[in-house]
Design a protein around this ligand. Structure first.
Ligand SMILES: [Zn+2]
Ligand SMILES: [Zn+2]
Length: 385
């Protein structure tokens, strides 16, 4: 249950004529210049300074209600006074009280804000500054890429060329194979032997076991007093201070040991039927290779024979390698002296002609810049010795 306490504390106001600050709420005229409090003043609470209204009669006067504004001299008078203390006009002729005056002032202020041209929006994103940075960063990236990618042309002589072309030959023949039942390959299958073998494993639950684990748990350690204070102006120079206090529980956490059942698994083998069989399939028979040391690569002349059932041999995917060796012409040029490259058929036939010289781009690492499909060959002669 909340414990609620209520008390009355003084509010303060500033003189609008002479500037006197912090005049206590029970004072109706400025102690400095005698100016009566009027529609221009506003009551406020002072931080750090709170004075309780002890006088019973004064408290009742505050609680009676908000000050009323004299319609004639615009002074604020206590609700307990029937006539204006300044000009004697009656309270009945008053059109507004303190709160209504404040509300009117707020509305006026709000309208003024609305009428004003919209404030400049939040600082706009500084594109200019951003782009300067972006250009700077991008610039340095491009510059370093440029230097790494910078090439110079060097004259080389083609000192060696060699090519090698290979065609694998397949023959239809009977072979012995071993596969799982249902996955046998080839024609004219003859099964020789079937055995049960472990093909895979499967996890199966064989029971449960009790496992211990810890869990964090919240528990109440006690209570603490939590208070909220609310101020409500009387509109006559004081505020009702309402303090509401509750005892709220406080918590802490601790770890507790708990138990739970978890499944226990075991690996079980899954058996399959392995078949040893003979079948007719195309299998690699030999590779026919032709080599040369000129710029005109040719394919080997493949003689096809026949396999079982008089089926003709077939050619598998052919392969080819083209290698050139380049030596720099001018010893002063910034380039490695001897460079070996695996190249493409097109460049082998048209660019790297034996004993001719070629003008090639060289990187900052003194190596020939390779094109797509080309590859550098490290000469292993030196460390091979
Ligand atoms: Zn004053
Ligand atoms: Zn008056």
């Amino acid at each position: 249950m909340a414990i609620v306490t209520e008390e009355l504390v003084y509010e303060y106001w500033d003189c609008d004529k002479c500037g006197q600050k912090a005049i206590r709420g029970d004072v109706r005229s400025c102690p400095s210049c005698g100016n009566a409090r009027n529609e221009n003043i506003k009551f406020y609470l002072m931080e750090g300074k709170e004075e309780k209204v002890e006088d019973k009669a004064q408290a009742d006067k505050f609680k009676a209600g908000a000050d009323w504004l004299c319609s004639f001299c615009e002074n604020l008078n206590s609700i307990t006074d029937n006539n204006c203390l300044s000009c004697g006009a009656s309270q009945e002729s008053s059109k507004k009280n303190y709160f209504e005056v404040q509300k009117e002032k707020e509305l006026k202020a709000a309208k003024k804000v609305e009428a004003q041209p919209p404030q400049t929006p939040k600082k706009p994103f500084n594109w200019k500054k951003f782009s300067i940075w972006a250009v700077a960063i991008l610039g340095s990236c491009i510059t370093s890429l440029y230097f790494l990618g910078k090439t110079h042309n060097v004259s080389f002589q083609v000192v060696d060329v060699s090519w090698q072309r290979t065609i694998p030959v397949m023959r239809y023949t009977s072979v012995e194979q071993s596969d799982w039942e249902g996955e046998l390959k080839g024609d004219d299958i003859v099964k020789l032997k079937s055995t049960q073998e472990i093909r895979s494993y499967e996890d199966r639950q064989v029971g449960t076991k009790t496992e211990t684990y810890t869990e964090s748990e919240q528990y109440q350690t006690g209570t603490k007093k939590e208070c909220h204070t609310n101020y409500e102006s009387t509109g006559s120079g004081a505020s009702k201070k309402v303090t509401s206090c509750d005892n709220v529980p406080t918590y802490s956490s601790r770890s507790v040991t708990k138990h739970r059942d978890v499944p226990v698994y075991q690996k079980f083998p899954i058996y399959g039927t392995k078949v040893v069989y003979t079948a007719n399939v195309y299998t690699p028979l030999r590779e026919d290779t032709l080599k040369g040391k000129d710029n005109e690569p040719r394919w080997p002349d493949v003689k096809l024979g026949v396999g079982v059932n008089n089926k003709e041999d077939t050619k598998a995917e052919p392969s080819a390698i083209y290698i050139v060796e380049l030596k720099k012409v001018n010893p002063d040029d910034k380039a490695k002296d001897l460079q070996k490259i695996k190249t493409t058929e097109d460049k082998f036939r048209n660019v790297y002609i034996l004993n001719q010289s070629v003008f090639l781009p060289v990187s900052v690492f003194e190596e020939i810049v390779l094109e797509k499909g080309e590859e550098k060959i490290e000469d292993k002669k030196e460390d091979g010795k």
